[in-house]
Design a protein around this ligand. Structure first.
Ligand SMILES: Cc1ncc(COP(=O)(O)O)c(C=O)c1O
Length: 402
């Protein structure tokens, strides 16, 4: 094999693979229901679209500083003050091509070959591969009680002399779990005392339900941003429905941010200037679209949970935020890849196998799409998993058979 060891250790993103497969099925006219997606169906905010058009018309679409324009940084600074209660300087801020790139450059900046990066199970599918891409060793921490949040002690037990960083995502993709303050306090305290960086992937942080307030990492430290080991990662993809714009950011200690910016300057140059301009408008414009999205997601979540709970044998935890419900399907099949393939083949419903997130026997179902798709998807799943169900199920002109 002519490719590098790192290349050979990386698999394709399971979720992107499923998106592509669902797209192909749709294009072929099949009545596929996509409950595997990770982007809202709503449009980008008008302010962002107008700003983008205005800049395009100017014809001045140029390189920007590698770490982002001053306007972009100022928007992130204001956002950080508003939602995290911390006043940071431009030197604490890096804009990237999505939170994905911000996480990658943070890992390149921190991890030597063989260093470990620790994260709880279930985890976002990209974390293990991102750690492998920089030559690091991913360390996934399971909760002994099978829950979606290990204890502080379980996390601490996994942190050793080789650990460079802990990677946390709350609200969590795929579980929808919001990590509690006690967990963050205990973990951050341990990491700061031991020189371990905490990378907080907050990409869903305003998409929390039932009147909850997300717990922020800066509420869990007395250190200044520069002295702390905390790095906040965020972006416009999820909250502003701007996935294709590819704008994310990192806020952290200035020495780390400077290094990340140097890396990014050689890696991709700068985040797209047009997208930065649009993202500034989204961050500074009317925030109503984020509130609307949260309310819609909460309605969809309620409907999905209600319908799933009508399927005997399914173990459903109520997501506290995000776009996802992570359900225990072990009563039907302990092999989640096989079960997801079965649902796709038999009833054309796309779900994501839990094994991709480190938890076998679970499936991730998204509720960021259309509520009618959610209803129809669960109707089909319920039918095919019911051993006493009818022999056929009609969907328009199509008839599914067992
Ligand atoms: C937990 C998590 N972090 C980061 C990202 C990537 O976000 P972005 O589109 O800003 O790269 C995603 C996207 O699915 C995600 O679910």
């Amino acid at each position: 094999m002519p490719f590098s060891k790192i290349a050979n250790s990386i698999g394709a993103s399971a979720t992107l693979k499923l998106n592509a497969q669902a797209g192909r099925m749709r294009a072929a006219g099949e009545p596929v229901i996509h409950l595997g997606g990770g982007e809202p169906k709503s449009k980008a905010p008008d302010s962002a679209i107008e700003a983008g058009i205005e800049m395009l018309r100017s014809g001045e679409i140029r390189y920007t500083p590698a770490s982002g324009t001053l306007a972009m940084k100022n928007a992130i600074i204001n956002y950080t003050e508003k939602y995290y209660g911390r006043k940071v300087d431009p030197q604490n801020v890096l804009a990237s091509a999505g939170a994905k790139q911000a996480i990658m450059v943070a890992l390149i900046a921190l991890v030597n070959a063989g260093d470990e990066v620790v994260y709880p199970v279930p985890y976002w599918v990209s974390y293990p591969e991102m750690v492998r891409l920089v030559g690091g060793t991913p360390v996934a921490v399971h909760a002994a009680d099978g829950s979606f949040q290990p204890t502080v002690q379980e996390m601490i037990d996994a942190i050793g002399p080789q650990t460079k960083a802990v990677l946390l995502n709350s609200p969590n993709n795929p579980s929808g779990r919001v990590f509690d303050k006690e967990f963050l306090l205990g973990l951050i305290d341990h990491c700061e005392k031991n020189g371990v960086y905490v990378l907080m992937d907050d990409i869903y942080h305003r998409l929390v339900f039932d009147g909850r307030q997300p717990v922020h990492c800066y509420d869990c430290t007395d250190q200044s941003v520069d002295e702390s080991r905390l790095v906040v990662l965020n972006g416009v993809s999820k909250q502003f429905a701007m996935t294709g714009f590819r704008i994310g950011w990192a806020v952290g200690p200035r020495d780390l941010i400077k290094t990340m910016s140097d890396i990014q300057s050689h890696q991709s140059g700068n985040p797209c200037s047009l997208s930065q301009h649009a993202a500034v408008a989204a961050l500074e414009g009317d925030q109503g679209s984020v509130d609307n999205l949260r309310v819609e997601l909460e309605t969809n979540r309620d409907e999905l949970v209600k319908l799933l709970r009508e399927i005997p044998g399914l173990n459903v935890s109520v997501p506290e935020g995000t776009f996802y419900c992570f359900c225990n399907f072990r009563a039907f099949d302990r092999d989640s890849t096989r079960l997801a393939a079965y649902l796709l083949e038999k009833v054309q419903v796309v779900t994501v196998p839990g094994v991709e997130f480190g938890m076998e026997g679970f499936l991730r179902l998204s509720y960021c799409g259309d509520i009618d798709d959610i209803r129809e998807g669960v109707r089909r799943i319920k039918w095919i998993l019911d051993p006493d169900g009818a022999a056929e199920l009609s969907v328009g002109d199509v008839v599914f058979t067992r």
